[in-house]
Design a protein around this ligand. Structure first.
Ligand code: ATP
Ligand code: MG
Length: 694
């Protein structure tokens, strides 16, 4: 039993898959949801309230020694913060905390706990701290939704960068990735639209409801005519006041809030506009939905006729001549839905850029800031139907797994070899070939998608045929024989079959010029601003002037709009660049069962996650490996004080003499650096501290 309850699995001498599962689930049954694998934290979602996060616990985990307290998410916060301050170890000052796991595994909850504890640590009892903590409820209201996997599923990815000067927080920046806009117009069985719609309908005062022109929630097609029980509605109502508070705290202006809500109301009305064919070729809005057309135009602050025109026809200019092409019913409905999606997407993007503006560090240019980044990105997804969104999400997870592998396995083992450390190599599932399948130029999946998207005539079928012919012999790709454009990718976490329908359109993501001009002319200031501005490649909103200034040094971006795939690939690359030069901390979230239930472990579901996360291999490398590898210079500089000889030459010999004065053992010495086990860092920190006190 003793062994089963071990808090650090890397300390176990012998472990196989089965006993790993057993250890974790035994601990879980005693509400010990956190377990270490060396410096990696495994967290199993309890799906119930646990008294683990009280003020008193938070205090206990401040500046603590890892081995003295049970594993905890607060310990990760502490470690990242202390490392950023240089108190724990040598290495880059910037930190990044990577939180991974399936949908519903607890990534977002972990993120919030980390943020809270880091704010506690820097004792930022200021307005800024409150502002930073309010960002989450705000983003969750607009970016989260109920799905079959999770009642509060994040439908976008985010990287939160907390910026510090010395020990105090100076600001924050959010990067958001790939909001699932399609949810605004369509939700699968058992799912809902973004929280904000329900909150708004439940929480708004009757007067405001009139002002925004909102009607009974069950009337709206974009909400599937579904609302909720009295209980749920009350909770949504409460949430609405939280969101409004959050907006005030972060610094949104009253008019901005009113505009935002009006646009949301407009989106709901828009969804109810239906079309029918007439005797002539033209389409008309059904009698029943004339009222909705009027309402939408009012809410969007645009001319009714102009709105109708942009729904029912496309205007194109060929050789200086304007040609009007009438839509058929399907095209009109598509136009309606794309207006809703683009309007919502722009509102979300605007909220993020506004938050960034308000929380930008207010310091002089020459002040050097260090950073803790927290990555909470959508987990690996494999649904009954997997679309373009799932492909991007899974690519992101593939990239994160690669980052994890790279740090935990690759770099470490390469260094052993180079430095002449005796080592029996540990194999791991290298997913680089899968990453290449997506990203290689010019023949990766994304490049082929862009190539096809550039042909106006190409179909989704053509795209999948191209994939089939290029990748049929790849071990990570499978051709699917079907009338539908299906294909399968063998991901690190398992096989996923994608349906290529809609890929080209979603990748192009173009807004017809008529829609853009419709909104630019809107009398609602925010709406007009959203469409006069343009979204930069990094996903932030830039006013037109800034865009023009950027044009000069960013020519290729301005000539043609980048595809969604290319933008995503770029933002992933930027993120990786940041992460590869920071000190990483990993939190692996595990979902105990597929029914969101407390106290239940489904062995198969957990085992699958342990397997594709590579946790068993991770345990081995953390047990046998040397995860901290400072150069002689770094080490001697920092620890020469243990010898009380500050002028020691920064050489191998000095490092050895320093270590020989301690009782620390188990380290090794390479040709240019020292090799330590993960726990050595703390042992040394303790010695320094003792010396400080003496
Ligand atoms: P997604 O990828 O869908 O966004 P996620 O990994 O972010 O999923 P969360 O939203 O963090 O998942 O967690 C899902 C739910 O599980 C939460 O709403 C909460 O009810 C519960 N939960 C997660 N972590 C904890 C925890 N530490 N204590 C109690 N409940 C938790
Ligand atoms: Mg989440």
């Amino acid at each position: 039993m003793e062994v089963l309850l071990h808090e650090d699995l890397a300390a176990l001498s012998d472990l196989d898959e089965q006993s790993l599962l057993e250890s974790l689930s035994q601990r879980f049954k005693q509400d010990r949801i956190y377990t270490y694998i060396g410096d990696i934290l495994v967290a199993i979602n309890p799906f119930k309230y646990l008294p683990l996060y009280e003020k008193e616990v938070s205090e206990r985990y401040k500046y603590h020694e890892k081995t003295k307290l049970p594993p905890h998410i607060f310990a990760v916060a502490d470690r990242a913060y202390q490392s950023m301050l240089g108190r724990l170890a040598t290495g880059p000052r910037n930190q990044c905390i990577v939180i991974s796991g399936e949908s519903g595994a607890g990534k977002t909850e972990s993120t919030k706990l980390l943020l809270r504890q880091i704010m506690e640590l820097c004792r930022a009892n200021s307005q800024l701290e409150q502002q930073i903590l309010q960002v989450n409820p705000l983003l969750e209201a607009f970016g989260n939704a109920q799905t079959v996997m999770n009642d509060n599923s994040s439908r976008f990815g985010k990287y939160i960068q907390l910026r510090f000067h010395n020990s105090s927080v100076k600001g924050a920046k959010i990067n958001e990735y790939l909001l699932e806009k399609s949810r605004v117009v369509h939700q699968d069985e058992g799912e809902r639209n973004f929280h904000i719609f329900y909150c708004m309908l439940a929480g708004i005062s009757p007067d405001d409801k009139d002002m925004y022109g909102l009607l009974d929630p069950t009337q709206y097609r974009y909400l599937n005519g579904r609302y909720g029980s009295e209980d749920i509605v009350r909770k949504w109502g409460e949430k609405y006041s939280e969101v409004c508070n959050a907006m005030d705290m972060v610094g949104f202006e009253e008019q901005e809030k009113v505009d935002m809500m009006t646009i949301l109301a407009g989106i709901l009305s828009l969804g109810n506009i239906m079309f029918e064919p007439t005797e002539t070729d033209a389409l008309r809005v059904t009698d029943k939905s004339m009222g909705w057309l009027k309402a939408t135009a009012g809410q969007f602050g645009v001319q009714e006729e102009e709105l109708l025109r942009s729904l029912t026809c496309t205007l194109s200019v060929t050789r200086g001549e304007a040609i009007r092409r009438l839509h058929n019913q399907q095209q009109a409905e598509d136009a309606r839905d794309s207006i809703a999606k683009v309007a919502y997407g722009r509102v979300f993007g605007w909220i993020v850029s506004k938050v960034n503006e308000l929380l930008a560090p207010n310091v002089d240019f020459d002040v050097e800031l260090s950073e803790i980044g927290i990555l909470d990105i959508f987990g690996f997804e494999n649904f009954a139907v997997n679309r373009f969104e799932q492909l991007c999400i899974n690519l992101a997870n593939e990239q994160l797994q690669y980052f994890f592998n790279h740090h935990i396995f690759l770099m470490e083992q390469i260094e052993y070899k180079e430095e002449g450390i005796e080592w029996e190599s540990i194999s791991f599932k290298d997913n680089k070939p899968i990453l290449d399948l997506f990203l290689t130029k010019p023949i990766g999946i994304l490049s082929l998608l862009d190539e096809q998207s550039a042909f106006p005539q190409a179909s989704d079928r053509d795209f999948v045929d191209k994939l089939n012919s290029k990748f049929k012999s790849s071990p990570h790709y499978e051709v699917v024989r079907s009338h539908s454009p299906l294909f399968t990718v063998v991901h690190y976490a398992g096989k996923v079959q994608y349906n290529g329908l809609g890929f080209l359109e979603k990748n192009r993501d173009t807004i017809p010029a008529s829609i853009r001009s419709l909104f630019i002319n809107s009398v609602t200031p925010l709406l007009s601003l959203l469409f006069a501005a343009t979204i930069s490649r990094t996903g932030t909103l830039m006013p037109r002037k800034a865009k023009l200034m950027q044009k000069a040094d960013d020519n290729f971006n301005s000539t043609r709009k980048q595809s969604v795939g290319a933008q995503f690939k770029h933002s992933l690359a930027v993120l990786m660049e940041k992460m590869f030069v920071a000190s990483p901390h990993f939190v692996r979230c595990i979902k105990p069962n597929g029914s969101k239930l407390p106290d239940q472990v489904d062995n198969k579901i957990v085992m699958d996650q342990l397997r594709y996360n590579g946790l068993l291999e991770t345990i081995r490398i953390r047990r046998d490996g040397f995860s901290w590898r400072p150069s002689f210079k770094e080490f001697a500089q920092r620890y020469n004080i243990l010898l009380i000889k500050p002028d020691l030459p920064l050489t191998k010999e000095s490092c050895m003499s320093i270590l020989n004065t301690t009782k620390i053992h188990g380290w090794k010495c390479g040709s240019s650096r020292m090799f330590f086990k993960y726990w050595h860092q703390e042992e040394l920190a303790r010695l320094l501290e003792r010396l400080g006190k003496a």
